[in-house]
Design a protein around this ligand. Sequence first.
Ligand SMILES: Cc1ncc(COP(=O)(O)O)c(C=O)c1O
Length: 406
Amino acid sequence: MIKHLNRRGFIKTASLAGGALWLPNTLQAKQEEFMGEREIGLPKYELDTPALCLDLDKLERNLSQVQEKLKNTGVAVRPHVKTHKCPDLAKMQMQAGAIGVCAAKLSEVEVMLENGVDQVLMTGVNVTPNKIKKAIQLRKKHPGFIQAVDNMENAKDLQEAAKAAGITADVVVDLDVIKRSGAIPGEPALKLAQFVDQAPNLNFRGILAYDGGVQHVHGYQTRRQRNLERMTPIIETHELMKRSGLNLEIFSGGGTGTYDMMGDIPGFTDVQAGSYLFMDCQYMDIGGVGNEELFDDFAPSLTILSTVINTNHPDRLITDGGAKAVTLNKPAARVIGEPNFNYNAGSDEYGTVTFTESNGSYKVGDVLEMIVPHCDPVVNLYDRIYGIRNDKVEKVIPVLARGMSQ
Ligand SMILES: Cc1ncc(COP(=O)(O)O)c(C=O)c1O
């Protein structure tokens, strides 16, 4: 997508930016500037770039699509906020019918809980004394906080911390699918779940099992079959736990690539999809039900705007969107409307677009719009996301959990 600014548009934009410089330097003005409130109503192509934009119509379609698809399947949605890191978007997900949200890290959990998102399941574990203490304090303040555990020592530490704080903490046992995190399925996981269940200050709520290795398997049927195969030890462990008398209120997992396949898993309760909200090049390429080449259940709502800043060489355009704006994730960002453009974000501050034919009509100041390579790390580069409708900024969404990786 290209947008040429004509001379009048250029002057208008330039004077707007100039005016902003002369506003009184009060706290209020600073706050407004940070929140981007001055940009509300601005045509999106007049935003300073690189800018992260969210098409609100597409976002709303994605929010309702996931609920619609899972209606009557017995599987609920508990979206992962590691994708967007925005309490505002988490609240929209809850309003659309999510039963709660997942978060990856404790600092991310805290931002959600302290900003009005009251049902948060942390899928990662807390193993250091500081984090255990903080997690227990968060649980004391927010009854909707559930945390994961994947080894016995950690479960004992959580029990001690919960006892010292005088609370009962809600805990799920994370099961290992991809040799990354989680308890070993079978007897070890059963023993851990039984320990949690019997610990006086822990409340066993169920299990998690996320398979990050199957989400991007190409082809719907192959993915579906692979998901079922790889989840088999988890299904057996779930059975084992049930037979032992454990109450498994939660059996959570799955992601965007398997969101409509998790009903194949007996006892499964909720999908932790995250990327469905934004989509990205990685997910678009995995193929969907009726289209082996394109996964189009969800629309790519998240884009980056980047400005052409140099056209001195006929075989390339240089933009202001390098690795710090686009990331180095593969596949490369895709310029909307320009299928023959190859985008290289290899320099920190510069992007390079090459093409087979000459750059044609592109001029310095033109704006390109790109679909992001992988949404999660891109979002973590921006303080705010511009919510766009009819090509204008309708709202500015602060990425409050940006950088919250502890
Ligand atoms: C534990 C867990 N659950 C869910 C997700 C969401 O996956 P996706 O963004 O692929 O939907 C992730 C992503 O990495 C994850 O780590």
